[in-house]
Design a protein around this ligand. Structure first.
Ligand SMILES: Nc1ncnc2c1ncn2[C@@H]1O[C@H](COP(=O)(O)OP(=O)(O)O)[C@@H](O)[C@H]1O
Ligand SMILES: CC(=O)N[C@@H](CCC(=O)OP(=O)(O)O)C(=O)O
Length: 304
């Protein structure tokens, strides 16, 4: 039986009223949202994401968006005839790759998301502000060091990932200023950092989100990706995990590839005081709203 417009109106009002306890729970709390490159599907879906970020702001939360763009960088490199190489989920980044990565992340994707937020929030003057870790030295990094044991000689060898950085210091002042001011700004951050010497580095976006969530003492970190959440060995969605279970999933190989940096980041964020991390499917419209404002939530919830 189809609902009349009037019945639909009553149902909407009921849904809104039911969200009250959750709206109060997150009142003035910071929520770091990592919007992955795989979650950014068609432009229409990405615009819905921007509109939902505006809604969160108007409901009294402080959303801070960190975006990825791995597949988009790979496509741009492919056009130039360059093959992408990943080691443990991290892109091997030489000088030319760094230039392309910065152009795609800070130049294109960052400004596009900030612009969609500003457009979606125009009537209430909610605005997206696009930044990278280079702005106001938001993210200082050191070069990532990786080693492997050579199977023949059994000698430990270092692997050079090039300009791949890991955050050593987050200076949250600029972000805190933006979210606490009278203006309704939503910071949008590209995963680019600088070394103490000012060299530009490429950083995994999950890692940036985790470090930022810790520094901002966020209530929640949402990792929006292209799977429903963490899947167990049986392929079923795991609804809740402790950080010990997350460590197990990595050690036993249940989590592989891109899921490894996500779980590592989730563990680090929870250990640094973030109450919970949720890994969820960002391709589904309104996934963030279901997670934050309904009893059942969405995806995999990771807590201490
Ligand atoms: N146990 C697991 N549960 C869910 N996804 C997993 C698991 N192990 C590996 N993965 C892979 O991790 C991917 C998500 O990571 P990634 O591709 O880096 O996403 P994003 O671009 O959103 O950061 C999934 O698409 C899936 O292929
Ligand atoms: C060092 C490193 O691997 N950096 C990533 C940065 C973008 C990213 O993390 O994007 P997703 O979240 O969409 O995967 C890269 O170059 O692909």
């Amino acid at each position: 039986m189809t609902e009349t417009p009037e019945e639909q109106g009553w149902a909407t009002a009921k849904t809104l009223a039911e969200a009250l306890p959750y709206i109060q729970r997150y009142d003035r709390e910071t929520v770091v949202i990592k919007y992955g490159g795989h979650a950014m599907g068609e432009e229409s879906v990405a615009r819905l994401f921007a509109a939902d970020a505006v809604l969160l702001k108007l409901l009294g939360l402080h959303p801070v968006v960190v975006h990825g763009g791995g597949p988009q960088i790979s496509r741009m490199l492919e056009k130039a005839g360059v093959k992408s190489t990943f080691i443990d989920g991290l892109r091997v980044t030489d000088e030319a790759t760094m230039e392309v990565a910065e152009m795609v992340l800070s130049g294109a994707i960052n400004k596009e998301i900030a612009n969609w937020i500003t457009l979606a929030g125009a009537e209430a003057d909610v605005r997206g502000v696009g930044l990278s870790g280079k702005d106001a030295r938001l993210i200082t990094v050191r070069k990532v060091e990786r080693t492997k044991i050579d199977p023949g000689s059994q000698i430990e060898q270092s692997i050079d990932l090039g300009y791949v950085g890991e955050p050593t210091r987050i200076d949250p002042q600029l972000i805190q200023g933006l979210i606490s001011a009278d203006h309704d700004y939503i910071p949008v951050i590209a995963p680019i950092g600088v070394s103490a010497e000012g060299q530009t580095f490429n950083i995994n976006a999950d890692t940036v989100a985790g470090a930022l969530a810790g520094a901002l003492k966020a209530k929640r970190m949402l990792l929006l990706t292209d799977v429903t959440g963490v899947l167990g060995a049986d392929g079923e969605l795991i609804r809740e995990m402790s950080i010990a279970q997350a460590r197990d999933a990595i050690a036993t190989g249940v989590a592989s590839g891109g899921m490894i940096p996500k779980l590592e980041t989730a563990i680090a964020a929870v250990e640094s005081g973030v109450e919970a991390v949720v890994i969820l499917d960002g391709r589904r419209p309104h996934a963030m709203l279901v997670e934050l404002f309904t009893e059942h939530g969405a995806g995999t919830l990771i807590t201490r």
